[in-house]
Design a binder for this molecule. Structure first.
Ligand SMILES: [Zn+2]
Ligand SMILES: [Zn+2]
Length: 178
């Protein structure tokens, strides 16, 4: 088991490629863990759903790791002209202990979503009716999201959210670094 290793803040999705390649429309894509935004055909940041497990909280919780689900895991997608691609998830920190949790994606949902995005990017399907930024329901804890920390999280891009501090200039908010 890998649970003694420190959770990563940027999780490469290479291990989910096998599932993607098996799915309908998937075999045309090949995984390339070295792809970067520079020189790749399409790059985008979307949200995915999955869950985080905090083993650091185990000792204070009767030996049970803390688990939370998120419908807004900040996820980077890269696609090259040769149909090689790369996906990177950004981790979230635990509310109780501020350590990053270990990420588990819902693989079926992940595969469907990635293939759907790539089909749009490669012109294999039309855009859906609502083409605005993807919206998830529920709160997003920006202070504990590594994508928000990097300033790339699609969540902080949400123009229609008029709650709390969103009325302030978002541009300056997003440039702010800790
Ligand atoms: Zn914790
Ligand atoms: Zn975020």
């Amino acid at each position: 088991m890998t649970r003694n290793k420190k959770p990563q803040v940027e999780i490469d999705a290479a291990k989910h490629h096998a599932a993607l390649a098996r799915a309908e429309g998937g075999p045309q894509y090949e995984y390339d863990p070295t792809l970067t935004a520079k020189g790749c055909y399409r790059f985008g940041v979307r949200t995915m759903s999955g869950l985080f497990i905090c083993y650091a909280c185990k000792h204070r919780n009767d030996g049970i790791p803390r688990v939370w689900t998120s419908g807004a895991v900040c996820t980077e997608l890269y696609l090259s002209k040769d149909n090689t691609y790369r996906v990177v998830f950004n981790a979230q920190r635990c509310r109780e202990c501020e350590n990053f949790g270990r990420f588990k994606v819902q693989e079926k949902k992940y595969v469907d979503r990635v293939l759907d995005i790539f089909a749009l990017w490669t012109g294999q399907r039309e855009a859906h009716e609502s083409t605005g930024p993807h919206k998830s329901t529920g709160p997003h804890d920006s202070d504990r999201c590594y994508g928000c920390y990097k300033g790339i999280c699609p969540w902080s891009d949400d123009d229609e959210d008029d709650s709390n501090d969103k009325k302030k200039s978002k541009k300056t908010r997003r440039r702010r670094r800790r």
